[in-house]
Design a protein around this ligand. Structure first.
Ligand code: ACO
Ligand code: LMR
Length: 264
């Protein structure tokens, strides 16, 4: 028989060799004919399956709600400074993207990991939060610089409302809300933030859709797919900030001396 030469690359998500490109086996023409949206494309390329409409719509809502949060946040600030230094679109974009991490926008995977572990082990919010404190780890998905008990994050509320209406179960989100109730008893700004809302709700989406085995859910959480949602979403805003600065012909940025504490 034929001897197959070993390949240098294995790829399972897309194929460009035929008449038309396919995403997870679905041809482009089908994607267009069926009126698929970007949530469906994400579901094919990231999860290698067509998810039900309420799931792909949830993905799209995450992308829309996280697309931007004004010019003052870490990512937009970096992008604005870079664009004003005369750099190109890609440089300005990645300069902003590089701030996404454990404190800013990149806490979704850890929020999913810790909420899942604590909820599955049946820890009370008190046991979970105090256990994290003993380990010296801030609870991912909790806390915000400007949002608080009396100034809730509208994005979190919109995600919760959508899930309450469309998801068969919101077990993990409810656990995260119980954790928030406990952290709010410690300080006003320790709200469930958008990373924590997406992390916990995506656990509910994965478990409730019936489309993933337990092992697949563990793999998704372990590999860490979910920060990708914020990276993808915020790229939209960061690209917008780049165009905005160029359009406004903004000069090189220099931080004012008055705003620096020079000290020995
Ligand atoms: N868990 C437990 N305690 C916390 C947490 C938390 N998540 N956040 C703040 N605290 C407590 C700590 O005691 C902290 O003291 P420490 O510095 O000794 O640890 C104290 O509050 C002071 O924190 P603040 O100054 O009020 O918080 P800050 O405004 O500096 O931080 C931040 C906000 C970075 C979001 C923080 O709450 C945090 O690290 N959260 C976890 C990561 C996270 O979820 N990030 C995503 C935010 S949403 C987004 O970026 C889209
Ligand atoms: C964001 O979406 O960028 C934030 O929630 C962070 C912030 O400080 O507003």
């Amino acid at each position: 028989g034929k001897v197959r030469a070993p390949t240098h690359i294995i790829s399972t998500i897309s194929d460009d060799r035929g008449d038309e490109p396919c995403y997870a086996g679905v041809p482009m023409s089908t994607i267009i004919q069926r009126g698929y949206g970007v949530g469906d494309v994400i579901s094919l390329l990231w999860f290698k399956r067509s998810l039900p409409r309420y799931c792909t719509q949830f993905i799209e809502i995450c992308v829309m709600l996280c697309a931007d949060h004004g010019p003052c946040v870490s990512g937009a600030h970096n992008t604005i400074v870079t664009a004003r230094a005369g750099k190109d679109l890609v440089s300005s974009l990645v300069s902003g993207l590089l701030t996404i991490g454990p404190r800013f926008g990149g806490a979704i995977d850890d929020a999913a990991r810790y909420f899942k572990d604590a909820c599955d082990r049946g820890l009370t919010p008190y046991e979970f939060v105090e256990g994290m404190k003993k380990k010296g780890i801030r609870v991912p998905g909790i806390g915000h610089r400007i949002k608080s008990r009396d100034n809730r994050d509208k994005r979190v509320q919109l995600l919760q409302q959508y899930a309450h209406t469309h998801f068969p179960s919101v077990k993990y989100m409810e656990y995260a809300v119980q954790v928030e109730a406990y952290t709010l008893s410690k300080a006003n700004n320790l709200v469930l933030n958008v990373d924590g809302a997406i992390g916990s709700l995506f656990l509910d989406l994965l478990a409730g859709s019936g489309m993933f085995s337990k092992q697949e859910i563990d793999e998704i959480v372990e590999i860490g797919y979910l920060n990708g949602l914020f990276v993808l979403a915020r790229s939209i805003g960061l690209i917008g900030h780049t165009f905005d600065q160029k359009r406004l012909k903004q000069p090189l940025y220099r931080h004012p001396w008055e705003d620096v504490l020079y000290t020995k």
